[in-house]
Design a protein around this ligand. Sequence first.
Ligand SMILES: [Zn+2]
Length: 427
Amino acid sequence: MPSIDLESAKALAGRLFDALLARTRDDPGVTRIAYGDGEQAAFALVAEAASAFGAERTVDAAGNQYLTLPGQDRSRRIVVGSHLDSVPHGGNFDGAAGVIMGVAAQSALAAADRSPAFDVTVACLRAEESCWFPHSYIGSKTALGCLEEGIVDSVCRSDSGDTLAAHIDALGFDAEGVRAGATWLCQEELLAYIEPHIEQAPALVDAGLPMAAVSAIRGSFRYRDMVCRGEYAHSGAMPRHLRRDAAVASARLIVALQALWERLEAEGADLTVTFGQVGTDPGSHSFSKVAGEVRLCLDVRSRDEATLARVEDELQSMAVAISTETGTQFEFGPRSGSRPATMAPHLVSMVNDACRSLNLPVHTMASGAGHDAATFANAGVPSVMIFIRNTNGSHNPDEAMAMADFEAALAALIRMLSRPASDWTPE
Ligand SMILES: [Zn+2]
């Protein structure tokens, strides 16, 4: 039996990254809009690469694509996956690294005539970046047939204003099937979901580690369209006690939540609190006016569901108290969010075993950012992520993953996929 040719697999991945950059370049960086041209180009590129070694290709009602290398036992499967959309002017590796690593691993196994214990399917998932459709994990939820009712007809793409259903149908997929919960991935068949992904923070760079196993993913609640309403007034004439200043009320809420975060952090809770956008309307507001309206976006994340619930409760009470004191009113608008997820311990061990056998440093960490693996884990599919060191963060054109680090993670993935059947079904 020929041995695994890691160099060729890495070279294939390098060619795919280059081609993907060329096809989706949008200086600075790349743009791969969910259900848009860039995402379509990425799907076509990896499908073409997988057809070269005879992978079976299937597409589900929502347009997620599955590329399968047959295993010895075809009744169950191991899924390696990630998403292929990007934020506007994002980097080339966020999402794509996971899919390309899956295809590179399959090609290495196929070239060495190794038939894995079970089918190995690379899942190319749609619409993970919620800047396009403001809803978490659309691709993985449709892949498992668990997209929340009504979402396909209510969520609209930020640039076109058209519904998710309209975009699904426009590309020739089946929105009606998505409404009915149609799936191609049968949950009972899934032994594991493995998502390789670049790290989106500097922890691995800081620690000098090429890769890590991920043990948990933070969940969130978000208010993207909060408004604080007060009353516009003359900045010189209006006395303080008669003001209904939306800027002051918003600032109080921001400071109060920051203080709550500090308190909970001191108690050992895992939490992040971010007001991503805060602003008055320049059309109505000006230098010499008390702010009559402020718009805010709030993103709260934690690994712990109870912490999220506590922060949300306190947020509501703070808003009521501050409104009363300042004569303003907070309107929270639509709420979105995701549940925290725990990765499967036996799969985390498998990643760490692979690192040990390759003489790579062993490291386990949590993910602050959300990923499709959270959907699989919360649906009961044993899941794990492999983080790859990445400089300059992500969601920007400067993200930078070294191919040597990609190679280390690829080697670990191939080791995992080469394990015997009994390792995938622990009691
Ligand atoms: Zn991503």
